[in-house]
Design a protein around this ligand. Sequence first.
Ligand code: PLP
Ligand code: LYS
Length: 423
Amino acid sequence: MGSNTVTDQVWPRTADWAGGELRLGGLGVRELAAEFATPVYVLDEDDFRARCAAWMGAFPDGDVHYGGKAFLAPAVVGWLRELGLSLDVCSGGELAVARRGGMPAERVVFHGNNKSVAEIRDAVRWGIGCIVLDSFQELERVADIARAFGVRQAVMIRVKPGVDADTHASWATGGENTKFGLSMASGEAAEAVRRVLAEPALDLVGLHSHIGSQIFDLDSFATAAHRMVGFLREVEKENGVTIGKLDLGGGLGVPYLPGEKTAPTPAELAEVLGAVVPPDMRIALEPGRSVVGPTTVAVYEVGTVKGRFISVDGGMSDNPRPATYGAAYTAVVASRASDAAPETFTIVGKHCETGDILVDGVDLPGDVRPGDLLAIPCSGAYQRSAASNYNLLPRPPVVAVRDGAARTIVRRETEEDLLRLYV
Ligand SMILES: Cc1ncc(COP(=O)(O)O)c(C=O)c1O
Ligand SMILES: N[C@@H](CCCC[NH3+])C(=O)O
């Protein structure tokens, strides 16, 4: 463990080491921690932009909608806008951030299995590009609201393609046994197509499916695409219409651990889909994790070392993934070099639960001590966006680094923020 190396795929593009210190975007973590305090999420903006560009390059004739649920901030919306991506939102809150970030309404798609009437009204009033219908009740609601505003609302229908992708059960959404979408197999989805086509206030622009998240197997995407293409052609024929767009959702996985299998690239996904989807069908994709996950490094300060337990200044409130899903991470001592022999440690947070573990077993220099900075890579997706105030910890900031400059894009919560809701 003499000198750290950043040769592995889990680190963002601009990560490097100087004298045992991790540098991101040209800035050392010690300097970042001194300026922004810890815990802090450091986002490599060049890496984010490069990942967006890779998606755009892989689907030059399609649409890339960033899955905002993975991580969203007005600054991120600005980058997406500039780079030509569209944006998926799944709540009124995400919609508000899209708006704050200046995303044109027509480039925003609204998802969710239970959008409220208020959310739908707000979206339609704003002129949202598309609403993805998830149930018959919602179909009626959106039609009523569009009629009331005197507009014809563009919609897609979310279809269950009947594909059980190989991933954590909580993240698999393409099978019959999921709350999302309408079943292709039972005829529900075909009935939804008929009802939308019969409704003058709705404009059916495409069909949508999303088989789940953190998926490495491109065959699952191919199978879903194959079923969706077949279904789309079938309903086109039955109804004598053309449905231009096939939105195949997000879900491409990323490696969290050194040496883990590499993730398929957007280009590889495009190649697989290109063999299944006819060229006259416009493809849309909704990558979230594969855009933002690897861009961000979580930096914590060690507070205590007790036997094999290293306690840091965050925990399950800023990263609920290990406690919720048993998600595995790696970590390094990022603030100094050490020649001490490695020992296996468990990195824990400061919450009142034994399950408050961030990294369950990682080799670190045996002389790790209070004041050291630990860096956990691949911390960009479903962490800050899923953070809570459990035990009334303020949620950490997200700092974007680029070319030797750092700027806060989400600030740290303060005690005042925590107290503001109490009446
Ligand atoms: C409809 C939809 N689109 C896109 C995504 C983004 O998925 P991921 O972050 O796995 O790419 C999700 C989340 O799984 C989703 O539910
Ligand atoms: N929250 C999950 C992903 C959920 C996918 C959202 N549609 C995770 O941490 O990996």
